[in-house]
Each structure stands twice: as structure tokens, then as C-alpha cells.
Design a protein around this ligand. Sequence first.
Ligand code: 13P
Ligand code: SF4
Length: 306
Amino acid sequence: MMLKDIQKEILKLKEEKDICILAHSYQAREIVEIADFSGDSYALSVKASEVSNKNVIMCGVRFMAETVKILSPQKKVFLAHPDAGCLMADGADKESISKVKEKYKDYTVVAYINTTADLKTICDVCVTSSSAVQIVKNIDNDNILFIPDCNLGNYVAKRLPDKNIKLIQGGCPVHAGVALSDVYKAREKYPNASLLVHPECVPDVVELADFVGSTSAIMDYAKNSDEKEFIIGTELSIAEHLSYELPDKKFYYLSAELICKDMRLTTLMDVYNLVKGKGGAEINLDEDIIRDARKCIDEMIRLNHK
Ligand code: 13P
Ligand code: SF4
């Protein structure tokens, strides 16, 4: 079967079976094309709370599918590829964070949304890369324990100097792998290009960027800018989407190593099989986990609109 035929069949079956397909911006073009919605983690969370379909397929990684289940527990939620995890989320467990929390009793615990549902149950509020500064600013406590991404935490702390923000060791190895030397090399090779990076990159790299933002914010910046050349400092898929969508502009990789293996696991065939009733992983969470984890996701949406 040709790719277009597979896509057509998915679109037909998802209507028949009342399925909503959500895709993170890092997903492949052929998946983004058949999704009802694609975007960054914040936009996906908001969509997850609004979806009216009985079934949801998340093309992304496990914490994103868990967020959908937490916000819509009555729906059947599937992760398109059962092994798609997130190195950052999987690297931070509830037990070790509980121990850190003990030391910072009067602190508000702010969790990056790239965390497991289990860990969210002991946190006060979630943030995403596009909402973190606004949300931390709106928290009614100056003492913040920010987990688990010290790079995003550092980015927030620099923008909110009046807050006392404690960081822990943790983050995304894919983005943290970008070195200062990558920036120097790319700047030298592409002197007319603007550098757009994700705040999961290390502070030295973020400092040298012309724009810092979430996956969607980077894409919006490139679309709305009059500039013609951009160096993209996040997963390679974003530069690929932009090159396709904006053929008159030029997009370069900040580092060819910016590959998230988990985000790349999902294929169009996984989605095809799932709409046919095979494969994927249904997300099942205990009621008490849903109840406790939901508080910090609801708080994220409330504080971002304050
Ligand atoms: P965004 O919220 O920017 O989409 O980030 C998600 C992510 O995992 C980036 O690595
Ligand atoms: Fe997780 Fe990093 Fe992959 Fe994003 S790029 S999903 S933070 S491992």
C-alpha cells in the first residue's frame, strides 16, 4: 500500500471509531499530516482536556499519553508505540525526589511536564517549556524547587531573579549534548542565520541564542520572521518540518546529534495498526494516581491564565 493510501485508511477508520489522533511536533511529517492536532507539550495538554472523542491515540512519548489519561480518565488512551519513553522523565523517580523534597519543606515543587504520572503525584504544579516562566512568576511563593531539568530551571531562574529557585541534577541528554563548540561552528558556517534553541540546552548554549522557545515557539518564530536563514537547536525533525513548510527559507541543524530515539520510534504503520485495533499500549493509571497527578496539571493551566 502507498503512503497516501495508508493515510486515507487511517483518516476513514478514525472517523468511524471516534478516535482523536494527537501528535507532538517532533513526529514525522506523514504522522503530523493525519493528526487532528499537533504541537508542543503545553498545547497538547490543553487539547487533551478538550477532546470530545471516546478514544485518543498519542503519537509522542509516554508522559504525553499519561497526561491525556490524567485529564480525560473516562477515555481510552493509547500510546502509538509502546516503548516510546523519555530519557528525562524516566531518569527522575518518585523516591529520590521525595528525599530532596524533605530538605525543602516550605518550597513549591515545580515539575517539568516531562515526568511520570507517579512523580507528578508529589509535585505542586507542572510547567512546560513554553509556559514555565509565566507559571513560576505567578506562583504565590518565592521558594521554588524545580525538577528535573536543571537547564530549563536555569533558564527560568535567570528570567525571574526575585525567585529563589533550587535545581537538581537532571535533564534531557539529547539537548544537553549540544556543546558550545557546536554553536561556534554553526555560527561560522552560517553567519547570516539566526540561532533558535530549546531551553533544554545547557545555559552556555542558551545564552548565545537569538531566540529561545518550545518546539512550537521555534516554529512560529521561523514562520513569522522576515529573516531567511535559521540554525535550529532542537530535535532534527523541527528543521525538517520547517524546510518542508517554508521552502523559501533555509534551516540548518545546530548539531546532527540532536536525535530523540524515543520520539522517532512511532511510524505511520503503528498508527494504522492501532486504528485497526492492534498494537500500541493502552494507558491505565490507578485512580489515586490520576487524582493526585491531576492537581498539578490543573494548576499549570490555571496559573498560565492568571
Ligand atoms: P515542547 O514542550 O517544547 O514540545 O518540548 C517537549 C520535549 O520533549 C522537548 O524535548
Ligand atoms: Fe525526552 Fe529529550 Fe526526547 Fe524530549 S528530546 S522526549 S526531553 S528525551
